[in-house]
Design a protein around this ligand. Structure first.
Ligand SMILES: Nc1ncnc2c1ncn2[C@@H]1O[C@H](COP(=O)(O)OP(=O)(O)OP(=O)(O)O)[C@@H](O)[C@H]1O
Ligand SMILES: [Mg+2]
Length: 361
């Protein structure tokens, strides 16, 4: 079948691919990726409160993933929005927050059903782009090379074809077979991006689906992997490998790329979590040593690790103290050099600077 970048690819082959992908090299790298993922999963299982790290990691993923479309948000603006009011945030900050919300909605759907359907994917995409346009019904969507503006790919443009292809992908995604799940994740991602079912948000939706797939396959306990950063850092290669599947049926290099992405990111996530935990330990020690005995609370310290920006209200909401005491506690943490404060919209925001710096790296 000849492929022409200028004509809608309504002949996109259905899954599974009709070639053998899993040669020795692929399987070897899949094993390496599985080992690192297992380590990450094991590490998460030892944590008393997984939600603390999850918040940070998902936020990092949301930010990284949103940057592929140049939604550059500073970490600072992001945390400000979280601590103060998301409604006041700049549009790009809101995009990152939508991404995070979409990831959580997807998780909920997955948890209740154990699988994701086309409608679930549409729901995830709607949260990302903030409109209800849904699956493309009008022709005209093309992918261009940013620099040259040449058309590199024209996705299928018949709604019925798009729906059929999505149905096929849904079956592939939700049926276990003898193919390695990490290979299936890579294959699914290629297929989803090639179907390109939406007018916009296909990249972000696809990247959320990657992480959700790992959760579905029980390779991760929760979306505790910021996989998008790897892809964004290698955007040119990512695009060109997607393209090579199409032009040269070069599945292997594409799959190897995604296997490396999983391995490298799992390793980075592990060391991030490790660094956060070590900082938490240090901070607990420091607080114990410098705060009056009556003010020291392990829960309070853990709370300022939930997200880098905290305010009095958060302490109150957690039931750790009433307002006046909460305010005193945070002030004492600032005096001890553990928090820094600034004012925003008449509120005092307390920053866990060292955590903030860790997440920024
Ligand atoms: N040659 C290609 N073949 C298949 N898919 C491609 C190709 N080039 C880009 N893509 C996919 O299209 C996505 C962009 O599509 P779209 O603009 O709808 O998504 P987005 O989420 O808004 O953007 P982004 O992924 O840039 O954040 C890319 O992330 C990539 O996954
Ligand atoms: Mg876009």
């Amino acid at each position: 079948m000849s492929f022409n970048p200028e004509t809608p690819y309504n002949d996109l082959p259905v899954l599974p691919p009709n070639t053998e992908i899993e040669n020795r090299q692929v399987l070897k790298r899949a094993i390496a990726a599985h080992q690192t993922l297992a380590e990450l999963k094991g590490f998460c299982a030892t944590l008393a409160d997984e939600s603390m790290l999850l918040n940070s990691v998902v936020l990092k993923e949301a930010q990284a993933s949103s940057e592929i479309e140049n939604i550059i948000t500073t970490q600072d603006a992001l945390y400000r929005a979280l601590a103060v009011k998301a409604e006041n945030a700049a549009p790009e900050t809101k995009e990152v927050l939508s991404y995070r919300k979409a990831m959580w909605s997807g998780m909920k759907l997955l948890e209740t059903k154990g699988l994701l359907t086309i409608n679930d994917i549409i729901a995830i995409q709607q949260e990302i782009v903030g409109n209800t346009a849904g699956i493309r019904t009008m022709p005209g969507t093309v992918l261009r090379n940013d620099a040259t503006q040449r058309t590199i790919y024209t996705p299928p443009d018949e709604e019925s074809t798009i729906r059929q292809l999505l149905g096929n992908l849904q079956t592939y995604w939700n049926t276990s077979d003898s193919t390695d799940p990490l290979v299936k994740m890579a294959v699914s991602h290629y297929q989803f991006e090639s179907i390109h079912p939406f007018y916009d948000g296909n990249g972000r939706t696809g990247r959320i689906l990657n992480v959700l797939y790992l959760v579905k396959e029980r390779l991760l306990p929760s979306p505790v992997l910021y996989l998008s950063e790897y892809i964004i850092d290698r955007k040119g290669r990512y695009y060109s490998l997607l393209q090579q599947v199409r032009t040269d049926a070069n599945w292997r290099d594409w799959v190897l790329f995604m296997l490396d992405a999983v391995e490298a990111t799992a390793r980075r996530t592990l060391s991030l979590i490790d660094a956060i935990l070590r900082l938490l330990e240090e901070t607990l020690e420091q607080a114990k040593a410098s705060l009056p005995k009556t003010s020291y609370s392990k829960e309070l310290i853990e709370m300022i690790f939930n997200q880098p920006y905290t305010k009095i209200e958060h302490v109150v909401d957690r039931g750790l103290a009433e307002r006046r005491t909460a305010s005193k506690y945070l002030q004492q943490l600032e005096d001890a050099g553990i928090l820094e404060s600034f004012k925003a919209w008449k509120e005092t925001i307390y920053v866990n600077r060292r955590l903030f710096d860790l997440l920024k790296e």
